[in-house]
Design a binder for this molecule. Structure first.
Ligand SMILES: Nc1ncnc2c1ncn2[C@@H]1O[C@H](COP(=O)(O)OP(=O)(O)O)[C@@H](O)[C@H]1O
Ligand SMILES: [Mg+2]
Length: 244
């Protein structure tokens, strides 16, 4: 379980997260929605300890991200995929995927390679194992980014706008992979602007607004006129996204 309680995060004078509380259970598929600048990426970065929080607590399976000696264990359980793929350009695809399992988890090269090949099959990119990142399209790179995160066999996968740099066809390639993960029970925390997709795969929707959780609702409730949409702020946001 990830337990976020009263988290405050500021950059200098700028208060970004203003008392965020949120619990994510194993098997949850939680979409985080909200306007640009509402603090979604900052929250993701706080969850895996890339940003230091000023107040509150974030516990991952009871371990605190604010505790330096816990953080390396947390990072073994939480993998993050960002908007930009950040693959190592000088390493082949297979080496990109096996690097962390070998270096961080201490897996043998054989074990890491066989797992990587399995993952490449899932995202339908077996034929790219020995290619280099520069030889791949954006959608392919992002599917490799997801493989690389999954190679760590994380309990929690954080995805921050993983499709926003992709064209529609590549987006659907990547979303197909995520839908499959959701179906097979991977815990996903999914920051996205793909509302229709969020509606399809999530069990819960969290709406962040100016650094606060404005709604944390069961998916059906969030999209219903008598639930989330009763909040004019949320209704307006959804209308605006719909008309895009
Ligand atoms: N490293 C940083 N230094 C200063 N301000 C930042 C930093 N990172 C994010 N911010 C500010 O925090 C706010 C929230 O950003 P972000 O979490 O990226 O929002 P979102 O992902 O919802 O679009 C924005 O106003 C952004 O400019
Ligand atoms: Mg963001």
């Amino acid at each position: 379980m990830i337990k976020i309680e009263n988290v405050e995060k500021s950059f200098g004078e700028l208060d970004i997260l203003k008392g965020v509380s949120l619990t994510i259970n194993k098997g949850d598929v939680v979409s985080i929605l909200g306007a640009s600048g509402s603090g979604k990426s900052t929250l993701v970065r706080c969850i895996n300890g890339l940003e230091k929080i000023q107040a509150g607590t974030i516990l991952v399976n009871e371990l605190s991200v604010s505790d330096k000696k816990d953080l390396s264990n947390i990072r073994k359980n939480v993998s993050t995929v960002f908007q930009h793929f950040n693959l190592y350009p000088h390493l082949s695809i297979i080496d990109n995927i096996t690097l962390a399992p070998i270096e961080v988890l201490g897996q043998s090269k054989e074990k890491a390679t066989s797992k990587a090949l399995e993952l490449l099959q899932v995202v339908d990119l077996m034929d790219k194992a020995n290619a280099f990142p520069a030889q791949l399209s954006g959608g392919q790179k992002q599917r490799i980014g997801i493989c690389r995160a999954l190679a760590m066999e994380p309990e929690y996968l954080l995805l921050d706008e993983v499709t926003s740099a992709l064209d529609p066809e590549m987006t659907s390639e990547v979303l197909d992979v995520l839908a499959e993960l959701a179906r097979t029970g991977t815990t996903l925390i999914f920051v996205t602007h793909e509302i229709a997709f969020a509606k399809k795969i999530s069990n819960r929707i969290v709406f962040l607004d100016e650094g606060k959780v404005r709604a944390d609702l069961d998916k059906d409730n969030f999209f219903s006129a008598t639930g989330g949409k009763k909040d004019p702020r949320i209704a307006r946001f959804l209308e605006k996204m719909d008309s895009k």
